[in-house]
Design a protein around this ligand. Structure first.
Ligand SMILES: CC(C)(COP(=O)(O)OP(=O)(O)OC[C@H]1O[C@@H](n2cnc3c(N)ncnc32)[C@H](O)[C@@H]1OP(=O)(O)O)[C@@H](O)C(=O)NCCC(=O)NCCS
Length: 191
């Protein structure tokens, strides 16, 4: 029997590849990605360094995943927002997404995070322990597809104990307020 080794390796994202990761995200999701409600929570916030991982085939970047610190609910409970996860289109279906997901979720649990939220396809993310978040009281204001908001608890007794609106790490505001705050300076500049 011949064992086939994976053609790729996964490793933490080095700072030098940050631009290449952005280009991969552009290729996979297009420029419209910046209009998603989930992006409002990333403005002015750095991704969690330990959870930013990439997949390489030789020198070629073929996958990337990032997580962002967010707050949840009026008490401002710390949580993670996963995304984007992107695999180069011609490398899809080879287990690269799965490898990046399992590795980083495992690390997130080791780093003592309580829960991860994301907006994505339920049928893909359920294999990693994600369930629809709305029935558990999570809300991402401004998200046009709340059925795509999902949560993975990383500890026991998280669901039911932690819930509420997703909030920006620094401002503590929900997305709609972040969007308004973002528009306000532009209007002020135009005057
Ligand atoms: C979606 C994505 C992250 C998956 O990563 P990947 O490395 O291609 O997937 P994996 O090899 O880990 O897993 C393949 C499995 O996921 C399934 N799958 C892939 N994309 C899926 C989707 N959008 N919905 C449901 N299942 C999906 C495949 O059918 C396959 O199932 P199987 O294991 O039963 O055969 C990647 O293809 C990607 O970046 N796609 C472009 C962005 C996108 O479509 N995002 C949608 C999800 S938010």
């Amino acid at each position: 029997m011949k064992l086939i080794k994976p053609e790729y390796l996964i490793k933490p994202e080095p700072a030098v590849l940050a631009g290449a990761v952005e280009r991969l995200y552009d290729d996979v999701f297009g420029p419209a990605r910046f209009h998603k409600a989930s992006y409002l929570f990333r403005e002015g916030v750095a991704p969690v360094q330990e959870l930013s991982w990439i997949a390489l085939e030789g020198d070629r970047l073929v996958g990337a995943i990032r997580y962002w610190p967010i707050l949840v609910g009026e008490t401002g409970h710390s949580a993670l927002l996963l995304g984007p996860l992107a695999i180069a289109q011609d490398r899809a279906g080879k287990g690269i997404g799965r490898a990046l997901m399992f590795k980083t979720l495992d690390l997130a649990a080791q780093l003592d995070h309580d829960l991860v939220l994301l907006v994505g396809d339920v049928d893909y993310y359920k294999r990693f322990g994600f369930v629809p978040a709305t029935p558990h009281g999570f809300v991402m204001p401004g998200e046009s597809r709340p059925d795509r908001l999902q949560v993975a608890p990383l500890k026991d007794n998280v669901l039911g104990r932690i819930a509420g609106e997703v909030r920006h790490l620094h401002t503590g505001l929900p997305a709609i307020a972040v969007a308004k705050a973002r528009r306000a300076p532009r209007r002020a500049r135009a005057r």
